[in-house]
Write a protein that binds this ligand. Structure first.
Ligand SMILES: CC(C)(COP(=O)(O)OP(=O)(O)OC[C@H]1O[C@@H](n2cnc3c(N)ncnc32)[C@H](O)[C@@H]1OP(=O)(O)O)[C@@H](O)C(=O)NCCC(=O)NCCS
Length: 247
């Protein structure tokens, strides 16, 4: 079952892996030097990691499970540029089914903290010194994009000033992001909040709110959500299962 196929075109690149890691293909390319990947006791399946640059460090902490999640450090604007000093943290017991992490500039960082679940999301840290930090026990549905930059600059014609600078994105603990959501540069979402399906989030969302729409606005204050409510409501009574079909 164990498998990692490495193409190493640099020097002093390192993969450290715990003996108990469960790996099924993982396929790493190093084009640069002094890069480090740490797999603790994790479960990985078909992950592809392409590091084009130097001094990048990607860490997968104990008990995380990562499937079809492509990780790239490189900038692609015409000619390929390398990217240095990027950091990825996939925390303890994080589960990621599908998506990608793209580091498009030097000194960018993506952190997904412990027990967060991602069905399908793309994380783009695309301009220098920006980060995406996701707190613990968050839930991401499918088709979600988070980005720290618009990728292209927009300028005021009179002053010549850039009007869309990049900014980091921060999600507090226990945030639930519904399906088909876009979270744009500079957004902070407070602890325990919910973002409704199809929303485009351009401004901060306070803690314990539901926000929705395009652009997303707070639609409810003072809410909490339940991780497993689709199985059983928060206040549902426990039903004993029985082998007798007539019961
Ligand atoms: C955010 C959410 C939880 C709110 O549910 P709710 O509290 O029952 O809210 P309601 O449906 O009563 O809507 C309240 C108001 O917000 C609006 N609204 C709700 N969700 C919206 C959305 N996604 N986009 C735009 N407006 C929305 C409603 O039209 C309503 O507006 P009104 O007061 O003008 O009539 C729910 O709408 C949602 O989007 N859930 C995420 C579903 C999902 O993606 N699941 C994937 C599985 S992880």
């Amino acid at each position: 079952m164990k498998s990692i196929q490495v193409e190493n075109h640099g020097a002093r690149n390192e993969i450290s892996r715990h003996d108990d890691a469960i790996l099924d293909n993982v396929h790493v390319i190093f084009k640069g030097n002094d890069n480090r990947i740490i797999f603790e006791r994790v479960c990985l399946n078909n992950v592809v990691i392409e590091i084009h640059g130097s001094d990048n460090e990607y860490q997968f902490v104990e008990d995380c499970c990562v499937c079809n999640f492509r990780i790239q450090s490189r900038a692609n604007n015409g000619a390929e540029r390398t990217v240095d000093r990027t950091r990825l943290l996939v925390g303890r017991a994080v589960q990621i089914s599908e998506g990608s992490a793209m580091f498009g500039a030097d000194d960018t960082c993506i952190e997904i903290h412990h027990a967060t679940t991602v069905v399908k999301a793309n994380f783009f840290a695309v301009e220098r010194e920006t980060s995406i930090v996701v707190g613990e026990r968050c839930l991401f549905s499918w088709n979600i994009d988070l980005r720290t930059s618009d990728w292209h600059s927009v300028f005021d014609m009179e002053s010549g000033q850039r009007i869309n600078p990049p900014k980091s994105v921060v999600l507090g603990p226990r945030v639930w992001i519904g399906s088909d959501v876009r979270i744009l540069k500079g957004v902070t979402i407070g602890e325990g909040s919910v973002v409704g399906v199809g929303s485009i989030v351009t401004k901060d969302v306070p803690a314990n709110c539901a926000a929705a729409g395009n652009p997303a606005r707070v639609i409810r204050h003072n809410v909490r959500w339940n991780h497993d409510s689709w199985v059983k409501g928060a206040d549902a009574e426990v039903v004993e299962l029985t082998a007798d079909p007539s019961v």
